[in-house]
Design a protein around this ligand. Sequence first.
Ligand code: VGL
Ligand code: ZN
Length: 202
Amino acid sequence: MKTLIITDVQHDFLPGGALGIPGGDAIVPIINQIMPKFEHVIATQDWHPAHHVSFASVHKKNVGEVIQVGDAEQILWPDHCIQNTHGAELAVGLHQDQIEAFFHKGTDHKVDSYSTFFDNARKRSTGLADHLRKRHLKDLYFVGLAIDYCILYSVLDAIELGFNTWVIKDACRPINLHPGDEARAIETMRSKGARIILSSTV
Ligand code: VGL
Ligand code: ZN
């Protein structure tokens, strides 16, 4: 059965948001249009406590700088997707009646989390994999933001966990912190076995 994973379609990732992604709002009608073609729909939310380790403000550094946190590199972002704020809510225009479960990531203030399955230290699971396995949901279609972070790392984890994985490219957008990040993300996902498709072929 086909499961749609709507990834981080939150106000802070839309144009005008704290970490606004160009064209982020343009994917909302596409997602709404294809949603009825899926038997299962799940949404994820980047869900940070205030003063999260990934915020440049916490370290009094500039957005985009990279620092060392423990043995991991951490890219510094603007304050974004703070729990229970408007910026962390799903886009107003997104149809929500078909969404059967919500999963939150980035909740530990000391560890960032791009994948919707595990935090970046791979210590904490969000529970998504168990949820899918219990229901025998094996075919995952990813849409949302951002294709070069959350989608990329979620897809790589999904493949490693044994799920069949598709990325609906025109229903995703990149941050493109470095030019070419989107193309590299797509190539990496494809080379690991993800199928990259367009919404018109779902
Ligand atoms: C994300 C940057 C910072 C994402 C989350 O979900 O793609 N990107 N936090
Ligand atoms: Zn984040």
